[in-house]
Ligand binder design. Structure first.
Ligand SMILES: Nc1ncnc2c1ncn2[C@@H]1O[C@H](COP(=O)(O)OP(=O)(O)OP(=O)(O)O)[C@@H](O)[C@H]1O
Ligand SMILES: [Mg+2]
Length: 146
């Protein structure tokens, strides 16, 4: 697990830009952290890193926003308003398996709501308390399979 301090909003965005510039299509980023922790800010950075000019807005009500103008697509999801069974009905795996969907980066806010996970993903937990800088804890998970 890697810890990165995020002293200001620009630091959160820069972390996202680096991810957007370096990750491959098919990458899944699961974002965890309280309301206002900086999840959308990070995804806005990812969009910049991919070369997306269009402004990235929170998909809290739309559930999924797709941006296709960058190096490859960005699929931005926010599961805040859903319960686990409803998430199952979204067929999220079609995004990371690239089935009938152009492979891209899949970034999911409130990933705690997911009842099942992809084989490989980056988990980014954003934490903050009032007196401490915000902190990103990044874990790369890869299931080797059988
Ligand atoms: N590292 C940081 N330091 C200080 N402020 C930050 C930092 N990162 C983001 N912010 C600010 O925190 C506010 C909330 O950020 P953001 O909307 O990205 O959070 P969120 O985790 O997506 O929230 P939600 O759970 O509502 O979706 C914004 O005003 C943003 O500019
Ligand atoms: Mg958000």
């Amino acid at each position: 697990m890697t810890k990165i301090f995020l002293p200001d909003m620009e630091a959160t965005q820069q972390l996202g830009i680096t991810l957007g510039e370096t990750l491959n299509a098919g990458s899944v980023i699961l974002l965890e952290g309280d309301l206002g922790a900086g999840k959308t800010t990070l995804v806005q950075g990812i969009g910049k890193g991919l070369g997306i000019i269009e402004s990235i807005v929170s998909p809290t009500f739309t559930l999924i926003n797709e941006y296709t103008e960058g190096r490859f697509p960005l699929y931005h999801l926010d599961l805040y308003r859903l319960e686990s069974p409803e998430v199952t009905g979204l067929n999220l795996e079609s995004y990371w398996e690239g089935i009938e969907v152009t492979p891209g980066i899949v970034a999911i806010e409130w990933a705690e709501r997911m009842p099942y996970l992809p084989d490989s993903y980056l988990k980014i937990c954003l934490n903050y308390t009032e007196d401490v800088h915000r902190l990103a804890e990044i874990t790369a998970v890869k299931c080797q399979g059988i």
